[in-house]
Structures are given as C-alpha cells and as structure tokens.
Design a protein around this ligand. Structure first.
Ligand SMILES: NC(=O)CC[C@H](N)C(=O)O
Length: 219
C-alpha cells in the first residue's frame, strides 16, 4: 500500500505516523514537505499528521490549510482519495474546507494530555468498517484545540448522513455532540482528534485501528 505523510513546519507527529504506516503496510511512506506542489502518483492514503503547524498561529491549522501541497491534497481528496487527518491534521482538514466545522479551544482552556474512551459511531468508512457500531476503543489524546464545533445544520447533516465516526464517551473538551472524529460525505476522508499512532505496540488499540484501516482501504 502506497502512503504519504505531509510534513508542515512544526508538525510533531509526522514520524509517529511514518512509523505506524510502515508497521501496518510493510512499505516506506513518502514524506512530503508542505511546500511541494505534487503528491507522488498512485497513493492509497495521505495522512495529515498531528502537531502545531506554523505554531498554531492565527487559528490552528489555518496557515497549513493554505500550504502549496494542499491544492494537490484537496484535489485528490475531493476525487475520493483516502485522506486521514489526525489531531492537527483534523484541524487542517476543517480549515481547508474538506470537512465541515472547526476545532476551537478546549472549554477548560488547558492542553489535555490523557487517554480517552471512544465509541464507534458509523462503520461505513474504510477507517471504521472493521469495528461494530457501538464498539469502544481508547486512544491517547493531546490537544489544546479539540473542541469540535459546527452549525446545528452541519451537525444534523453529519449525524443524518452517518458521518460521525467516533465520539468521546465522557465530555473532555466541549466538542459538540461529543464528536471526536468525522468523515467526508463519501467516507474517504477521516478527521480524528485522538492519536491512534501513539499506541502501536502489538495488540495496542491504535495498532488495531491502523490494521483495520489498511484492511478497509484494501477491500
Ligand atoms: N497533538 C496535536 O496535533 C496538537 C494539535 C493542536 N495544535 C492543538 O494543540 O490543539
């Protein structure tokens, strides 16, 4: 499986994503610098990793969303290319308009670093089809701006179209409707606030997520 990780200035989970993808695909991911204009041909998955791209200035993810490579990322995602945004990557996907809504400051105004139990919502996407709806999992969480907000209309649409992939079991950051991860209308793009790539030991829940994702993308 051919994958790429986009590297922005102050991404800090790009290596974790690289290692995770190498572990589950057995192939070396392409690391693509944000100032590039082209993606490698024939990618099966693009990952926007966690971090603090451009220092989280202006609004988290807003500058990265306008990076040169994002034209190619958007074009590919809009034509159904699988795209996974983790944490800062989720923020960038929203700022780029590939997913609705935005990630605001956590309501307690603190950086939250802990594990969180999640409930799987919909299982139609390649990222979730290895789970049963209602399954629980638990991933590390590390963010200051994880409070997902969108208009009531967008939230209703996300729920109505079966696009809420993961929810927090207990409220941690103020996210509307406890949303921790959502997919695009075609299910091919996932924005996920928690960090499965930080739990890649054999049998780790993050490893299980990545293994199931690879199966889901191959199916
Ligand atoms: N781990 C991360 O990706 C951090 C995300 C983001 N910059 C925040 O603090 O909200």
């Amino acid at each position: 499986m051919k994958t790429a990780v986009i590297v922005f200035p102050a991404s800090n989970c790009d290596r974790d994503a690289q290692v995770a993808l190498r572990q589950v695909t057995g192939q070396e991911p392409h690391m693509v610098w944000h100032a590039e204009s082209e993606l490698p041909e024939g990618l099966d998955l693009v990952v926007l990793p966690g971090g603090f791209a451009h220092g989280d200035y202006l609004r988290t993810g807003a500058i990265a969303a306008r990076a040169k490579i994002m034209d190619a990322v958007k074009k590919r995602a809009e034509s159904g290319g699988a795209t996974l945004g983790i944490c800062n990557g989720f923020q960038i996907l929203c700022e780029a308009g590939l997913l609705p809504g935005a990630l605001m400051s956590n309501t307690n105004q603190h950086f939250i670093s802990r594990e969180a139990t999640l409930r799987v919502g919909e299982t139609d996407s390649p990222y979730t089809k290895g789970y049963a709806a209602g399954d629980y999992t638990r991933f590390p969480v590390a963010h200051h701006d994880g409070n997902y907000q969108a208009s009531d209309e967008d939230l209703d649409r996300l729920e109505g179209e079966g696009r809420v992939a993961f929810r927090y079991v207990e409220p941690i950051n103020g996210s509307a409707r406890s949303i921790a991860g959502i997919t695009s209308a075609d299910g091919r793009t996932l924005g996920l606030m928690p960090h499965p790539e930080r739990d890649m030991a054999e049998g780790g829940r993050g490893r299980v997520f990545f293994e199931r994702m690879v199966e889901g993308l191959a199916a």
